[in-house]
Design a protein around this ligand. Structure first.
Ligand code: 16G
Ligand code: ZN
Length: 529
């Protein structure tokens, strides 16, 4: 077929370095940008097949998130804006690793296995972050799409969650919003403005927020967002990409791991600050107190704030909807304890990686999911959304007010994936409505001191875990050794897991003092060797 001749011709222009093996991991493909040209071309091919198969628009995002500037990566987005399914992750790995002369055969194998009708039309949406390599890599994706006769829409520079949003809007015929960047701002900012109308006596000081844009795409988009905020939020933007390097000593990952403010930002004592990561799908908040101590409000604190707010609204609205918080093993023990014991909400723990949390959250009327690193969102079931909508029409007084607040909360959230901009608007609205300072939010519960370490081992795959990564089942004896170490300390917990993005084993420990958490993490890392 002529179609496949085009693929052969184009594929030769995007050759694979012989012997290179890469895997579609938790965050898609991610490595040094110089190794990715053939991967991009092939992901263009695969997205086109996926579009034909699902008869829907598929997204391809070129980004390496919080990785250094020299890296890049690519992720596929499924029709409802969610991560691509595990079977297709497998195809992605197969196609990426086929040697140059075997690309066609690998492609045909997928077509056959999935019984894809090649005469079906295909549509692919493409976005990229601000890395210098993203421009040419996204062109390679476009080559892949056109080689199989697919149509494309290139959104250029967008955040990862913006691209997820576009895909969902397109495939729900506008029901979720308009599939344009302008439509994105209009939807989320309108809901934000509606919410803040419920905040009485908010001073200009309370409306002020310092944002660290990680010198990435999030910074560009915050600038665009500002004009839609009608002065309901006053943003001071730092690390806007004009001088600093992407993710270098700044951004959500740096702040979370280093437990320090980013460089390039003025952090005045007591002031509310937040950091985005390099593709703006993560956010963490922080402040320094009058003694200069740094206080981090991570994904666990964010989940707690949001679920408290939602639970109060459900009570006021008299709506009986089941709400759950989904976390990973990295969630601070204090947060889990507070959610279960004080707030009495259901808490679920899943493996690391957004797709696992997202999936678990879908099982509830309202599923709030956050990784401690600041990636998260809230999912509302169709039925829950309908009930809220109905109540806005059928009720009056306090109940109607609560129902309208719930409705606008649903609309300010990007339900496709964690989104720093949309999460920021929701958090700012909640703090304003509750008249809450960042210090009061921080005081909801006190984090247990914790420590994360990484250990280089010859083969990280010898470590196998169970129980949402909280228990090591191999090698033999490791879990018993960890258990014995944990018993030495007060309120202690520790686990190890092979990283899905780096060639290391990660160690997590928490305990009643920082010294104990540090010592425990160190001892457990010795047990891993
Ligand atoms: C990826 C995941 C993130 C996870 C991290 C863990 C997505 C979109 N991103 O960045 O959720 O926390 O990997 O990395 O799923 P690790 O396996 O190296 O610890
Ligand atoms: Zn990211």
């Amino acid at each position: 077929m002529a179609q496949f001749q085009d693929v052969s011709k184009q594929s030769a222009l995007h050759p694979k370095p012989a012997g290179l093996v890469l895997q579609y991991g938790t965050a898609g493909f991610r490595t040094n940008a110089k190794l990715l040209d053939h991967i991009m071309f092939r992901m263009g091919l695969l997205a086109t097949l996926r579009s034909k198969k699902t008869n829907a628009t598929i997204g391809v995002m070129v980004t390496a998130s919080h990785n250094p500037e020299e890296d890049n990566g690519v992720k596929l987005v499924d029709p409802m804006g969610e991560m691509v399914t595990p079977t297709w992750e497998g195809y992605a790995t197969q196609l990426a690793n086929a040697e140059q002369e075997d690309v066609l055969a690998a492609l045909k194998e997928i077509i056959e296995k999935e019984a894809i009708n090649m005469s079906q039309e295909a549509d692919v949406f493409i976005g990229k972050d601000t890395r210098s390599s993203s421009e040419s890599l996204s062109k390679a994706v476009l080559d892949g799409v056109s080689a199989l006769g697919g149509h494309n829409k290139d959104y250029g520079l967008v955040t990862t969650p913006q691209l997820h949003y576009m895909v969902r809007c397109q495939n729900t015929q506008g029901k979720y919003g308009e599939a344009t960047v302008e439509g994105y701002y209009t939807k989320f900012c309108h809901a934000f403005i509606q919410l803040t109308k419920n905040a009485s006596n908010c001073t200009d000081d309370q409306k002020h927020l310092s944002v660290d844009g990680a010198n990435g795409i999030g910074a560009l988009k915050v600038r665009e967002l500002e004009s839609h905020l009608k002065k309901e939020l006053h943003i001071s933007l730092f690390n806007d990409g004009s001088a600093g390097k992407l993710n270098h000593q700044c951004g959500a990952d740096f702040v979370k791991v280093q437990q320090n403010p980013p460089t390039g930002m003025t952090v005045n004592s007591g002031e509310r600050c937040c950091s985005f990561d390099g593709d703006a799908d993560r956010i963490v908040y922080y402040y320094t107190d009058s003694e200069g101590h740094f206080h981090l409000l991570d994904g666990d604190k964010i989940a707690t704030l949001i679920s408290t707010f939602l639970k109060e609204l459900l009570t006021q609205a008299g709506l009986d909807l089941e709400i759950a918080v989904v976390q990973t093993a990295y969630a601070n023990g204090s947060s889990t304890n507070y959610l279960e014991e004080t707030m009495k909400v259901i808490v679920r723990c899943t493996k690391t990686g957004v797709k696992h949390l997202h999936h678990a959250a879908q099982e509830f009327d309202i599923g709030v999911y956050f990784e401690a690193n600041g990636h998260g969102t809230v999912l509302f079931s169709e039925a829950a959304q309908e009930k809220v909508q109905q109540l806005t029409e059928d009720s009056s007084g306090e109940r109607k007010r609560a129902a309208l607040l719930l409705q606008n909360t649903i609309d300010v959230i990007n339900q496709t994936v964690g989104d720093a901009i949309s999460d920021m608007l929701l958090i700012e609205a909640i703090l304003a409505i509750k008249g809450m300072t960042i210090q009061q939010w921080d005081a909801m519960y006190e984090d247990l001191p914790s420590r994360q370490l990484k250990v280089k081992v010859s083969d990280r795959r010898v470590i196998d875990t169970a129980d949402a990564e909280r228990r090591a089942v191999s090698p033999a004896g490791l879990q018993e050794a960890i258990g014995a170490l944990v018993r030495k300390y007060g309120r202690a917990r520790s686990f190890v897991r092979p990283s899905g993005t780096e060639d290391v084993v990660r160690v997590y420990a928490e305990a009643d003092t920082q010294e104990s958490a540090d010592a425990l993490a160190h001892e457990v890392s010795l047990a891993v060797y």
